[in-house]
Every structure is written in C-alpha cells, then in structure tokens.
Design a protein around this ligand. Sequence first.
Ligand SMILES: *Cc1c(COP(=O)(O)O)cnc(C)c1O
Length: 376
Amino acid sequence: MYKETLLMMPGPVPMPETVRNAMTKQAINHRSKEFGDCYADIVKSLKPIFGTKNDMLVLSGSGTAGQEAAIGSFAKGKKIAALVNGKFGERLGLISKIYGETTMIESEWGHALNLEALKQELENGAEVVTLVHNETSAAILNPADEVGKLARKYDALFILDAITSIGGDTVKADEWGADVAIVGSQKCLAAPAGLAAVSVSQKAWDRLSENRPFYLDLKKAKKSADGNPMETPTTPAVPLFLALREACRLVEEEGLENRIARHHKMSAAVRAAGEAWGLSLVPQVDALHKPSNTVTGFFYPEGVEDAKIRGACKKMGIEFAGGQDRLKGKIFRIGNMGIIDTPEIIATVAAVQMCFKKAGYKLEGDGLSAAIDILS
Ligand SMILES: *Cc1c(COP(=O)(O)O)cnc(C)c1O
C-alpha cells in the first residue's frame, strides 16, 4: 500500500509522528536514571488524566494485562461481583472466575447494567466489584460513579476498566471510588499497543491478596516503582514507555479538557450521521447509561452485509470495526479515539454513506450533512 490506512478503530489508533519516532531510539539500560525519569514523567502525566492521586504503575502488556494484574493482585480468593454488558465486562468476569468466587451479573450487550442484582451480591458479601466504564464492544458508557457509590457503601473494592475512556472522556477515579483504574496505551492515549497503566488506592493495598500472579504482581511493581530511579520488576518494553511518555506530553499540550471536548464533538457528529441515516444505536440509553463518546456503534439494517460495507470502506483506505462475538455481522463501530479530528470523521462518514449506496441500500437521509452541521 502506498498510502496509510486510516484506522477508525476503537484501538489501535493512528499515532502522532513524534510518538512513532520516540520508539526508534537505541536501547537503554532500564535500570538507569534515563528510564526512571521516563517512567516518572508518564506517572506524573497520567494521574490527572485518571483523576487520581493514588499510586500509578505501568505494566508491559496490553490492557488485559492490567485487568489480570488488578484481579490477581487484589481479588484473588475473594467473592467477586462482575458487571457484564459487553465483551470486556465479560472478560473481567472470566479472569475473576480464575482467581476468585465469581458471580457474573449479566445484561444483554449494550443494555443497562443490573444494579439491583449488584446490590444483592453486595448484601450477600461480595468483596470486589468489577466494571467496564466505556464498554467498547457495545459502544456504551456505563455509570461508574453509581457503581462506585454502591461498592463504597458496602465497603467492597472497586476495579474499574477505563481502558477506552481515560484520555478521551471524563474519568474521576478518586471521586468515583475506583480502587484500581486501568488504561491501555493503544486507545485514547494514541500510543502504541503493549502497555497498561493502573492506579491503586490505599484501600486496595490494605487488602492485597496472598499468592498473587508472578509477572503481574502489583505489589512487586510498586516496590520497583518506589525505587530511585523508578524501575519495573522485570525488563519493561522500553520503546513503548518512551512512546507513551511522548503521547502523554501531547495530551498535556492539547489540554485534557480540550481533548475530551474534541472526543465529545467527534462522537456527536458520528451519532448525528447515524440518526440521519435512520440507523439504530447499539447502546440502549437511559438515565444512567449513555452512548460512548469514544466509539459509536450502529446496527446494520436488515439485509445489509457487514463485509459489503466495511470491506468496501477498507478498500478505500478507511478501516473501522465490526461486532465481536454475538454482535458479529450485526453492528459496525466507528472509533474516534486519540487524535481523530474533523477531517477523519468527515472522510469516514462520507465513505460509509457511499458504501451503503454502492451496496444498493437506501439510507433515510444525508448523514454527511448532519455530521458537518455538528462539526462546523
Ligand atoms: C481494548 C480493551 C481492553 C483490552 O484489550 P487488549 O487487547 O488487551 O488491549 C479492555 N477493555 C476494554 C473496554 C477495551 O476496549
């Protein structure tokens, strides 16, 4: 391909040039001031993005490593209530099942969480609650603050996957009572894939599990991070740390509030296009559950083939996501994470509209105009 594909996925996402270049440096010793300073810079930048004053640890591994580190370090051997309304909530539940006595509180993907059932589990002695804030698979934004309130009321630990909201939407880990919050590098931070960062509260440290995983032991990660220089227990993915530091610097340069406002505007434009097209949003919205501001999901109308739409767009050089598992072939998802801005949204909305037309399907209205109205 002589031209880069425009990745409109909910991770990985296009990376700024300076972030890419940061990865090309000669190897350095990870037990050095140079690496320690890089780690320290990342931590300093990430805390406000998470909305936390808690400890911040960076792990070599994708977002799932962050999920497993949290559960393996703080939920092992405990009673866990896992809220599920999509693929990633289910993943937290499946990891929890390996480490503790787990009840999955399942809703249909993209539907409201069952908070009554959560209350019941907490009454019955659940010690840990897991939740995905921005459930990427169904493009729904879950009420992390409400769940946090319940966890706090029953004195349970609250593990929050904010992997696709941190850096793109408002996250207030401390205010919401998230004892562990998790982000992945390749989503809204627009860094390369392969790092997870987790914040950890004092309450979580006080309840550390015994017999934790070896590689993903957060106690060990903290011990190394508390050193001077900051270190990691084993060799970290140094080039990714260097790139993440630059990605965090760019978040600061843009300003977190501006960045979040941009994500809100871009997703609003995609939603407006979908409404004009007459397509239904995947998430079932109510007072507590909102459409995601970092990824937008629509159901395909009856008879429209996923391959015809996404395949044709990909051929034009624009790639977005389909559905996962039970939603495969039924939905498509347009991400607006990271550095995605007006030109990319206009191009994507236009491409989708064009591909529906080429596939012989008549959309209700002009989504492109609707998107432009929001973007102008
Ligand atoms: C991407 C993602 C993850 C982690 O996936 P990895 O492939 O391990 O990075 C976890 N939770 C959510 C909500 C995600 O979108």
